[in-house]
Design a binder for this molecule. Structure first.
Ligand code: SAJ
Length: 432
């Protein structure tokens, strides 16, 4: 049981807003803070400015009960949860400027005994950096009560929820909380216990930071293995989907699925924080990033070759822009770069881009004369070459027969690992 009754959540994005909403629907008084006035206004109307299943119901309910409101100014609260972006710079080192900006908002509000949680995925020692930053602004406060100074409790509690399942996983996933002091960890554990039904595991701040990075690196390394297999299989003239399906019958083998590259704001980013912290040692983790980041180029080369085989003015359909299936999130999506690169490299081709979850093309594709956003059926019927970039259900539900006579570059295995080879054979497709 926590004694905390008021929480300020700094950053109302894909993680901050769900966390604010779930705390609020569990009776905590939450103030969400965001620099974006449109986000603040949307939340205060009980609306969600992005797509995430079930989040709308929680936000609308919390706002109408009076437990959730949004503002641009950081208020006074008993606990602060910082959920702001931590992008990386060109040299792959982490940009902590959003965390520092949040800290500047929090520092003047502190009186002593507050809990300050960093939830943003961060490089090792970012929580300590945030604490040092706040204490430099407020030398009257301390981490441990030295010289009788009032104590501020600092902890790191990384989120592990999967976009598309956030409201379920916030409640059911186990959670790691790491405190700069054991008391901070315990206070954070009590606060997350308000809504988290999974196990809440307590450790120190740096181990918690690393645990989050390691989870995503584990996935990145395994996706890199699958992506490398798809390139090897192509060279050997075998179907990678069948290969993986067969190998996965082994009781201790579970190979992930190849794709056009790794997108999203986590898996394509977090491993670099480990590489930056241990450049000499993190060999495999670095190579996985390089392997996954080079997959889009490989897909572009294959699609280009297929298009050039059609003639001087081929029509190419690219299916999907989101970074993965059944979401509208385009962040770090390899599909956008692939479509843009095809438009650039093949100026006489017509590119029909399909993304059922968005209404307008993203900036990288918007002003290109040879690119148009169209509906799925139109793209498939008009195209000579079809490049499948996302395994949205809408694409999977189309009969393989609709693709007959076209060249299909299927980077996702949309007919599923169990039926891909069979579907390809039935429709008589040139499936790569
Ligand atoms: N992908 C493949 N092949 C696969 C699985 C994924 O190519 O077999 C690609 C996806 O298409 C996508 C990218 O990888 O482009 C990442 O997708 P994802 O579903 O693996 O993960 P995210 O980025 O949506 O969410 C991850 C999750 N981390 C892990 O599964 C270890 C989630 O639990 C984290 O909370 C989230 O990162 C985060 O915020 O860090």
């Amino acid at each position: 049981m926590t004694n905390i009754k008021t929480v300020a959540v700094i950053g109302l994005g894909y993680i901050g807003l769900p966390t604010a909403a779930i705390l609020a629907t569990n009776g905590i008084n939450v103030v969400g803070v965001d620099v974006n006035q449109n986000t603040v206004d949307a939340v205060n109307r009980g609306e969600v400015p992005f797509v995430e299943p079930d989040l709308g119901v929680h936000v609308a309910g919390a706002v109408s009960q009076g437990h959730l409101k949004a503002t641009r100014e950081t208020p006074s609260a008993e606990a602060y949860i910082v959920a702001v972006p931590t992008p990386f710079r060109d040299d792959h080192s982490a940009d902590l400027s959003y965390i520092e900006a949040a800290a500047r908002g929090i520092a003047p509000q502190l009186k002593g005994d507050e809990l300050v949680i960093l939830e943003s995925t961060s490089p090792p020692r970012a929580t300590r950096h945030m604490a040092d930053y706040i204490l430099a602004l407020r030398p009257d406060l301390s981490i441990d009560g030295a010289n009788g100074a009032p104590v501020i409790h600092f902890a790191h509690c990384p989120e592990r929820v999967l976009p598309g399942r956030v409201m379920i996983e916030l409640v059911t996933n186990d959670r790691i909380v790491g405190g700069i002091t054991p008391v901070a960890a315990e206070l954070a554990k009590e606060l997350y216990g308000v809504f988290c039904q999974g196990e809440i595991l307590v450790t120190d701040d740096v181990t918690a930071e690393m645990a989050k990075l390691v989870e995503n690196s584990y996935r990145d390394v395994n996706i890199a293995f699958a992506n490398e297999l798809s390139i090897i299989s192509d060279k050997l003239g075998i179907d990678v989907w069948e290969l993986i399906r067969l190998a996965n019958h082994h009781p201790r083998v579970n190979i992930l699925q190849p794709g056009p590259g790794v997108g999203g704001h986590c898996i394509a980013v977090d491993p670099w924080f480990i590489v930056a912290a241990a450049p000499e040692e993190a060999q495999l983790i670095r190579q996985a990033r390089i392997t996954n980041d080079s997959k889009p180029e490989w897909v572009v080369a294959k699609a280009r070759k297929a298009a050039e085989a059609v003639g001087a003015a081929p029509v190419i359909a690219t299916l999907g822009l989101a970074f993965k299936a059944n979401i509208d999130d385009l962040r770090e999506s390899p599909s956008i770069g692939i479509a843009a690169e095809l438009a650039e490299q093949l100026p006489t081709a017509k590119l029909l881009v399909v993304e059922p979850h968005v209404e307008a093309l993203p900036a990288a594709l918007r002003d290109r004369a040879n690119v148009e956003l169209v509906a799925t059926e139109e793209a498939i019927s008009k195209a000579d070459v079809i490049v499948v970039l996302v395994d949205h259900d809408e694409f999977k539900s189309i009969s393989p027969a609709a693709y007959a006579g076209k060249t299909v570059i299927d980077s996702r295995g949309i007919w599923g690992p169990d039926s891909h080879a069979e579907a390809a054979a039935t429709a008589g497709l040139a499936v790569n």
